[in-house]
Design a protein around this ligand. Structure first.
Ligand code: ATP
Length: 359
C-alpha cells in the first residue's frame, strides 16, 4: 500500500460518501429496490476476525427483510470457485452474534488470483443465480472483488474485517476492538510476572504492516516502549529506557513490539538487548493467534451489525465496488480502489502521549 499524501487525502474525502440509513423494514421505499436484485451472496475471506459472524448475521437478516434471497459462500474465494454454497435463512444465523471466527469459514485462494480461477468463480455465481455479493475481509479480499467486478460486472460491496484496523477510509474494522482488549488482558497478566520478578518483557502483537494494535494496546497497558513499523524513532526510546538507570530486580518493563517492526520482531530485538545488557532479565512473549479469537466486544458487534445493514442498503441503491466504513461514527461508502491503495495513517499524537506517560 502507498503512503497517503495530503492531496490524496483531500481527493479521497471528496469520494467518501455519507450513507443515509433506511434499514428498518417498514421505512424502506420499495421503489428503491432494483428489479434485477433478487439473490445475494455473502462470504468471509482472508484472516478471520471476531465479529465476522455478527456481520454475516446482519447481512443475511437485512437482505431477507428486503425480500432478497441469501446464499452463503463457504471458504472464501476458494469456495466460490468450487461452488461451496449454502442457502441462508434468518434462522440459520441465530446464535452466532457472540461467536468468534466465522460460520462460513475463511480461506486464502491462489487460484482466484488467476483469470481461469475467476472465470470458474463467475460461472458458479451464474449457475446459482447470484446477482450481487457482500465480501467480508481485508484489502486483499477487496482487491479480488474489484478485479472480478471489472471483469464480469458482478456488483460487490465490502465490509472491512481485520484486527489490524489498517483500511483507509474507515475509523474501525471489525475485530480490531476485540483484539485490542485481548492484548490488554494478556499484557496485564504478563505485567504481574514482570513486576514480581523484575523482568523486562518484549511482547509481540500482530500487525505485519500496521502498528495500530501495538500502539493502542501499549498505551492501554502503560507499556514503557512501543515499537511499530511506522516509527523508527521508537528504537531510540528503547535505548533511553534501557540506559535510564534501570536497576535489575527493582523495576520491570513491558515493551510492546508489532510483528512487522523493521528490527525483526520481539525475539530478535530481545536477543540484541540481552547481548548488550547481560545483567537484565529479558523475556519474550509472542501472543500469536490468541489475538484473532474470542467473543466479539459489544462495539465490534454493533459496528458489524451497522455495516452489514449498510452493505445491503448500498446494493439496493445499485452501488458497486465500495467498502462500507465508519467515519466519525457515521456510515460511509469508500471506493474499493481508494480503500486498498492507501494507508490508514498512524496518529503520531499517540506516540507523543506514550512518551509523555514514561517521561
Ligand atoms: P487480511 O487483512 O486478514 O490479510 P485480506 O483480505 O487482506 O485479509 P489476503 O490473503 O490478502 O487477505 O486476500 C484474500 C484473498 O483475496 C486471497 O487469498 C486471494 O484469493 C484474493 N486476492 C487478493 N489479492 C488479489 C488480487 N490482486 N487479485 C485477485 N484476487 C486477489
Amino acid at each position: 500500500m502507498l503512503p497517503m499524501s495530503l492531496l490524496q487525502e483531500i481527493d479521497l474525502f471528496n469520494e467518501i460518501t455519507m450513507m443515509n440509513m433506511t434499514a428498518k423494514k417498514n421505512e424502506i421505499d420499495d421503489s428503491r429496490k432494483k428489479q434485477k436484485l433478487n439473490k445475494i451472496a455473502v462470504f468471509t475471506s482472508g484472516g478471520d476476525a471476531p465479529g465476522m459472524n455478527a456481520a454475516i448475521r446482519a447481512v443475511t437478516r437485512a437482505a431477507i427483510a428486503n425480500k432478497l434471497k441469501v446464499t452463503g459462500i463457504r471458504r472464501g474465494y476458494q469456495g466460490m470457485i468450487e461452488g461451496d454454497f449454502i442457502p441462508l435463512k434468518a434462522s440459520d444465523v441465530s446464535g452466532i452474534l457472540q461467536l468468534g471466527g466465522t460460520m462460513l469459514k475463511t480461506a486464502r485462494s491462489d487460484e482466484f488470483r488467476t483469470s481461469q480461477g475467476r472465470e470458474k468463480a463467475y460461472q458458479q455465481l451464474r449457475n446459482a443465480d447470484i446477482d450481487a455479493v457482500v465480501v467480508i475481509g481485508g484489502d486483499g479480499s477487496f482487491t479480488g472483488a474489484l478485479v472480478m467486478s471489472q471483469e464480469y460486472g458482478i456488483p460487490f460491496v465490502g465490509i472491512p474485517a481485520t484486527i489490524d484496523n489498517d483500511m483507509y477510509g474507515t475509523d474501525y474494522t471489525i475485530g480490531y476492538e476485540t483484539a485490542l482488549n485481548t492484548v490488554v488482558e494478556a499484557v496485564d497478566k504478563i505485567r504481574d510476572t514482570a513486576r514480581s520478578h523484575g523482568r523486562i518483557f518484549f511482547v509481540e502483537v500482530m500487525g505485519r504492516e500496521a502498528g495500530l494494535l501495538a500502539l493502542n494496546s501499549g498505551i492501554a497497558c502503560g507499556a514503557e516502549v512501543i515499537l511499530i513499523p511506522e516509527s523508527k524513532e521508537q528504537h531510540e526510546e528503547l535505548k533511553k529506557f534501557l540506559k535510564k538507570g534501570y536497576k535489575r530486580k527493582e523495576t520491570s518493563g513491558i515493551i510492546i513490539v508489532a510483528e512487522g517492526d523493521e528490527a525483526g520482531g520481539a525475539m530478535k530485538i530481545a536477543e540484541d538487548v540481552r547481548k548488550e545488557h547481560p545483567d537484565l532479565d529479558v523475556r519474550v512473549s509472542i501472543l500469536g493467534h490468541i489475538q484473532r479469537g474470542g467473543s466479539p466486544t459489544a462495539k465490534d458487534r454493533v459496528n458489524a451489525t451497522r455495516m452489514g445493514v449498510a452493505a445491503i442498503d448500498a446494493l439496493l441503491d445499485d452501488q458497486n465496488s465500495i467498502m462500507i466504513g465508519l467515519a466519525n461514527a457515521k456510515i460511509v461508502a469508500v471506493p474499493f480502489n481508494k480503500a486498498v491503495k492507501l494507508n490508514h495513517s498512524i496518529d503520531t499524537d499517540l506516540l507523543e502521549i506514550q512518551r509523555l506517560m514514561n517521561f
